[in-house]
Design a protein around this ligand. Structure first.
Ligand code: NAP
Length: 276
């Protein structure tokens, strides 16, 4: 029987996930379809019950439901529980729904695909302390990045992440700006630079080192102001497309058992967004 998958969120029309997963099904010869479903906050519980009842094979969860969905799932993977967010739901053999988080792992795979594994001893600064930053912080720790600082507008949210991680420290935007050259890896996780958004970088990044690895998780546009600055001074740039593709590939593997081709998908989606 044809398998079907979905992504739920609000808004959802802009999501590139249906195109990515449907392309992979075609490449891999899987008889399946992946559809976007617009779900408003107040309908989340009913939507999850409906997906389960109608036999969804698996689904992704995006803004604003990644945390709110947790009570409506039958099981949640331990790491996703610690992260407090689910972006991938798997239907188990007994029909129960189990939540996972592939965002953080997707980020680290994407960054290491560009820069390799030899930078794990470098000090890392995460800018932002939202859901994505939390997942990334946990995944970085898992891969052995042990010097992690987090800066955020709301410092208490950064402190919560550091407490949950058991490592790292919290710094203000002012301190981050003035000590930026001390960090070998900078990860921008706020919506600054997003197309249709109006948020600018929360502090000056003039002190970025030309030896730094600068990653942004915003991927539309591909070259955010943060990455444009990094490129201009000769720093190493990691765009957000790789994270998006790898989080999707890890979800695909949860559902269908193999890792799909990420290289051609990164090229396909980057091309559409005006990147290389
Ligand atoms: P979130 O949970 O809403 O967190 C947003 C973060 O940005 C918070 O740290 C927030 O600070 C900060 N922020 C928002 N507006 C700000 C402003 N005006 N000034 C300073 N800081 C501000 O969002 P998220 O889920 O982490 O997602 C963040 C971004 O990552 C989004 O653009 C999303 O599209 C992107 N993303 C990309 C991928 C990918 O695959 N590439 C995956 C997930 C997310 P406060 O804590 O002070 O509010």
């Amino acid at each position: 029987m044809k398998k079907w998958f979905a992504v739920i969120g609000d808004p959802i029309a802009q999501s590139k996930s249906p195109e990515m997963h449907n392309s992979w099904y075609a490449q891999e010869g899987v008889d399946a379809a992946y559809i976007p479903v617009h779900v408003k906050k107040e309908n989340l519980e009913q939507a999850v019950a409906a997906l389960k009842l109608l036999g969804v094979y698996g689904f992704n969860v995006t803004i604003p439901h990644k945390t709110a969905i947790i009570p409506y799932l039958d099981e949640v993977d331990e790491t996703a529980k610690q992260m407090g967010a689910v972006n991938t739901v798997v239907r188990l053999l007994d029909g129960k729904l189990k939540g996972f988080n592939t965002d953080g792992e997707g980020f680290v795979r994407s960054m290491e695909e560009v820069v390799g594994e030899n930078h794990r001893q470098k000090p890392v600064l995460i800018i932002g302390a939202g859901g994505a930053a939390r997942g990334i912080a946990f995944a970085l720790k898992k891969y052995g990045y042990n010097q992690i600082a987090i800066t955020n507008r709301t410092l208490s949210k950064a402190e919560e992440i550091v407490d949950a991680l058991g490592i790292g420290n919290v710094i203000s935007f002012e301190e981050a700006s003035s000590t930026l050259n001390q960090y070998g890896i900078l990860i921008q996780t706020t919506p600054a630079g997003m197309k249709y958004g109006d948020m600018t970088l929360p502090f000056s990044v003039d002190r970025m080192s030309h030896e730094a690895i600068a990653a942004d998780i915003v991927y539309n546009p591909i070259m955010t102001p943060f990455l444009q600055h990094a490129e201009a001074i000769g720093a190493t740039v990691v765009t957000g497309v790789g994270m998006f593709i790898h989080q999707g590939a890890i979800a695909y593997e949860h559902w269908l058992g193999n890792y799909p081709d990420t290289n051609s998908m990164i090229a396909q989606i980057s091309g559409q967004l005006g990147g290389k």
